[in-house]
Each structure stands twice: as structure tokens, then as C-alpha cells.
Design a protein around this ligand. Structure first.
Ligand SMILES: NC(=O)c1ccc[n+]([C@@H]2O[C@H](COP(=O)([O-])OP(=O)(O)OC[C@H]3O[C@@H](n4cnc5c(N)ncnc54)[C@H](OP(=O)(O)O)[C@@H]3O)[C@@H](O)[C@H]2O)c1
Length: 220
């Protein structure tokens, strides 16, 4: 069995934070959950424990403490909140993998607030220069975590980053969550990945995918 990883999820009571936490609790992981409202996080911890009594999960009341204990930190918060959180965890996230799941959508969901020559992930890397920022889980909807096989096909989940070992480690987490990991390239590929999810959101609203949709590359 692989070595147990300690994973901090910041924003654990949100749609994505809860979905990711529930999925990763099925693997050989210790989960430290943090959210701005402790009650909401406690409810997720209880959900996870009732589904799996052996799950190693606890709620922590401080993002920096959770990140200090963690090997991997997942920021499951809106893009706009990342600067504030990065400032709190910068020291303790030194040399650690920090997963960027954010899609920097504008208020009307028809564009990104980031400039075309950057991405939410690259902006996070600038805020955390000594961490290994890896893009993942931004192209999967929260509802996909309960149903990662759609129309008989396992949804692809793209992983990008400048640290090859980090990309491999995060790809294993993507697998634990039930998706098919695709190592898509360096962190700058996040510009494409974030635009892909903007497109999927737009198409989902047009064709009524009910927030249950995903990307799949077909090949022989
Ligand atoms: N929803 C999706 O299907 C989906 C798919 C791919 C990627 N994403 C990305 O995932 C991220 C989270 O989205 P979501 O849909 O899960 O949003 P959400 O349901 O609104 O959850 C956001 C979470 O972040 C917490 N939060 C906000 N500001 C915070 C702060 N300053 N410090 C600590 N926690 C804070 C919120 O807590 P409070 O409510 O207590 O403030 C909440 O638990 C976003 O970056 C989004 O682009 C979402």
C-alpha cells in the first residue's frame, strides 16, 4: 500500500471541498478539513465517518495549522479568496504541493477575470513561490464526484504543473477520486484548462447538462 498522505482541504464545506473530501477519504489519506464555518465542516466530517467508519478525517479550526500538518494542500475556495489564504499559509506551504482547482469566472459566467497570458493557477504560484502549485479538478463539476462515469465513460481530469513528481502524485489522487487522470503539461496549460471549464459551463447552461458533465478524449 502507498504511504499515507496528509491532505488539507481549505474550503471543505463548499460544493467542491465536500465532494473532493468525500472522494479522497476512500483512499489511504489523512484528511484535515478547514472552512470558514466550523459547523459546515463538522457536518462533512460526520458524513464521511458515517459512510466509512475507518476514514481518517478531522476538522481543524485554522487553515495554517491544517496546512502545516499536511503534505498536500487543496484550495477549494473561490479564486477571489486565494490571495488572503495564500498569505496565511505561505510559510507552512513551503515546498509542498498546493492544488489549484479554481476557475476564475466573472460575475456573469461568460468570461474569466484573469488576463489571457496567465491563469488562476499561475497567479497562485506567484503568491506561493516556494510551493509546487498543481492544477487539477478544475474541469470536473462537483456533482461528477458522485458519478465519475458518465454515459459509460470515465470522465477525464487534467493535471498540470511544473513539478513532474507533483503531477504524478496528484494524478494518483485524481484516480482515487474515480476520474481518469491526464497529465496535460506545465502549469501554463492551466490557461487552457480554465477556459475549457468556462466553455463547459456555458454549454451546460445552453444544453441543460444539470451540472453533471465532463471532458473525455476518445482514442483507439
Ligand atoms: N462547483 C463546481 O462544480 C466547480 C468545479 C470546478 C472547480 N470549481 C472551483 O472550486 C472552487 C470552489 O467552488 P465551489 O463551487 O465549491 O464554491 P462554494 O460551494 O461557494 O464553496 C466555497 C468554499 O470556500 C469557502 N471560503 C470562501 N472564502 C473563504 C476564505 N476567505 N477562507 C476560507 N474559506 C473560504 C466557503 O466558505 P463559506 O461559505 O463559509 O464562506 C465555502 O466553503 C472555486 O474556485 C471554483 O472555481 C468549482
Amino acid at each position: 500500500m502507498s504511504t499515507k498522505q496528509t491532505i488539507a482541504v481549505i474550503g471543505a464545506s463548499g460544493s467542491m471541498g465536500a465532494a473532493i473530501s468525500k472522494s479522497l477519504s476512500k483512499g489511504n489519506n489523512r484528511l484535515l478539513l478547514f472552512g470558514s464555518e466550523k459547523e459546515g465542516v463538522d457536518a462533512i466530517v460526520n458524513d464521511i465517518r458515517s459512510a466509512n467508519a475507518a476514514a481518517d478525517v478531522e476538522a481543524l479550526e485554522c487553515a495554517a495549522n491544517a496546512s502545516w500538518e499536511a503534505d498536500i494542500i487543496i484550495l477549494a475556495v473561490p479564486y477571489e479568496a486565494e490571495k488572503e489564504i495564500a498569505e496565511k499559509i505561505r510559510e507552512v506551504a513551503n515546498q509542498k504541493i498546493v492544488i489549484s482547482i479554481a476557475n476564475p469566472l466573472n460575475e456573469t459566467y461568460d468570461g474569466l477575470v484573469t488576463a489571457p497570458d496567465t491563469s488562476a493557477a499561475e497567479e497562485l504560484q506567484k503568491l506561493l513561490p516556494n510551493s509546487k502549485v498543481i492544477k487539477a479538478f478544475n474541469t470536473t463539476f462537483a456533482a461528477d464526484f458522485a458519478t465519475p462515469v458518465i454515459d459509460g465513460k470515465r470522465v477525464d481530469a487534467f493535471v498540470a504543473g511544473n513539478d513532474d513528481e507533483g503531477v504524478d502524485i496528484v494524478s494518483e489522487l485524481v484516480k482515487t477520486a474515480g476520474f481518469n487522470p491526464i497529465a496535460a503539461g506545465k502549469l501554463s496549460v492551466s490557461r487552457t484548462l480554465e477556459n475549457m471549464q468556462l466553455l463547459l459551463i456555458r454549454l451546460g447552461m445552453k444544453y441543460n447538462y444539470n451540472w453533471l458533465a465532463g471532458w473525455k478524449i476518445l482514442s483507439n
